[in-house]
Design a binder for this molecule. Structure first.
Ligand SMILES: Cc1ncc(C[n+]2csc(CCOP(=O)(O)OP(=O)(O)O)c2C)c(N)n1
Ligand SMILES: [Mg+2]
Length: 427
């Protein structure tokens, strides 16, 4: 056995700690916000090795005066900008309403995307409608942008009689193949290898569709993230790999996932993947980056890795209390502002929007969501009886149900009859 040497300092570990805790005054003055076009938009066919600086910059289009500037400017027309604003506002209205529904006991769980709406809405708008999306649980904005029925999302959240997933998924873990939206999994980063595999299959079949995947910065610490990156690089897969760096992974800050050492975008460089770091609260920059990456994937120039630098304005989920671990007012002090507010101010500056129109749209969307909620609630809410037959728990996994599951199912139904009587049926 070897002993501790008294002439050497003892070894020690570094345990990352966030800069601010509850009671502290948040101060982000050290967060570097470079000017628009500090790194100009390169050609989509650029080699990853020639554009490495993009992983350390910040792609921006909207400047501090809310003007759209520079080589990344996607030059969207006023209708496209208004539609982007509307999709983000609809996502926010939906989130607010469903959060409240959870607090009222109508569902067991909800997750908001407040402050991060651009990372799902603007990206979905930059993709073709049949490009395959592999989201995390915080990209409801994709479904809302692709026109998925709101009532269908709510039925899933309420696990009611019209929930097409039959109550077998946690609320908000949607599945919408008709919208090219892959089933959400709660196991972090599993969507990364799935998206790369899908893109490889698309290419090997000679298809023209690409795939896009989202995960949080905390999830980049998962093994699945790294195997997916390897496969994407090795096979030059037509996939866009995105990390929404909202600074927090429940109660652990980005430093715990490696954010103190370098940017998350820089992780792509080690794999030889073109990597961009983007202002995630600038919807036009998000759109431009996604467009660049999509053009690149579609023309066989390979995968792109994108970090959206943003901030999680609210708690992780309805089960979380951020007041217990982070300083209050962090979001108000966030130097990159709020994506809805920034796009609104840009449209007003263009003379294409007004405070009155904004308020009217806010009220109209709140009303739409409220009306749809009533419709969904007529199909049932949490705690108001069982909404699906018990046996659905065992169905749709195997084409032919194996004998041991048949046996378990029969045993369950027998117990249910003994407990509630044979006439018992779900409402
Ligand atoms: C494999 C796995 N480990 C842990 C969890 C528990 N968990 C759920 S969400 C979460 C935080 C993820 O943070 P991040 O990736 O930054 O995404 P964000 O919630 O910020 O969008 C954790 C640890 C899980 N669902 N799956
Ligand atoms: Mg996070």
């Amino acid at each position: 056995m070897t002993g501790k040497k008294s002439n050497l300092a003892p070894l020690r570990l570094h345990i990352p700690e966030p800069k601010f805790r509850p009671g502290d005054e948040a101060d982000f003055s050290d967060v570097a916000v470079p000017p628009v076009d500090s790194i100009a938009r390169p050609d989509e066919a650029s080699l990853p090795a020639d554009i490495q600086s993009l992983a350390f910059g910040l792609v921006r289009v909207l400047d501090d005066d809310h003007q759209a500037k520079g080589s990344w400017n996607p030059n969207l027309d006023a209708d496209q900008l208004r539609s982007m604003l509307r999709n983000m506002m609809l996502t926010r209205a939906f989130d607010d309403r469903m959060f409240r529904a959870q607090r009222q006991g109508k569902t067991s769980f909800y997750m908001k995307s407040t402050g991060e709406e651009a990372t799902s809405v603007a990206t979905a708008m930059a993709l073709a409608s049949d490009d395959m999306c592999f989201p995390s649980y915080r990209q409801q904005g994709i479904l809302l942008t692709r026109g998925y029925p709101i009532v269908r999302m709510m039925n899933q959240i309420y696990s009611n009689s019209q929930d097409h997933l039959k109550g077998r998924q946690l609320p908000i873990m949607y599945s919408a193949p008709e919208c090219s939206f892959f089933t959400i999994s709660g196991n972090l980063a599993t969507q990364y290898p799935q998206a790369v595999g899908w893109a490889m299959a698309s290419a090997s079949r000679g298809d023209t569709r690409i795939s896009a995947v989202w995960c949080g910065e905390g999830s980049t610490a998962e093994g699945d993230f790294h195997s997916a990156m390897t496969f994407a690089a090795v096979y030059n897969a037509p996939v866009i790999l995105q990390v929404v760096n909202n600074q927090w992974a429940i109660s652990s800050f980005s430093g715990i996932a490696g954010g103190e050492r370098t940017t998350f975008a820089a992780r792509g460089l080690g794999y030889g993947i073109a990597s961009l770091r983007v202002d995630g609260n600038d919807p036009l920059a998000v759109y431009a980056a996604m467009r660049w990456a999509a053009d690149r994937a579609r023309t066989n120039n390979g995968p792109t890795f994108i970090e959206y630098f943003t901030y999680r304005a609210e708690g992780h989920s309805t089960s979380d209390d951020p007041g217990a671990y982070r300083a209050a007012q962090e979001f108000e002090k966030w130097p990159l502002g709020d994506p809805v507010d920034r796009l609104k101010k840009h449209l007003i500056l263009l003379g294409e929007w007004s405070e009155e129109q904004h308020q009217a749209q806010h009220d109209e969307l709140a009303e739409l969501v409220k009306k749809t909620q009533k419709e969904a609630e007529a199909n049932g809410i949490l705690g108001h009886g069982m909404h699906q037959p018990f046996e659905t728990m065992f169905e749709d996994v195997f084409e032919e149900m194996p004998w041991h599951l048949k046996e378990q199912c029969a045993q369950m139904i027998d117990e249910q009859h003994r407990k509630f009587g044979p006439e018992w049926e779900p409402k």
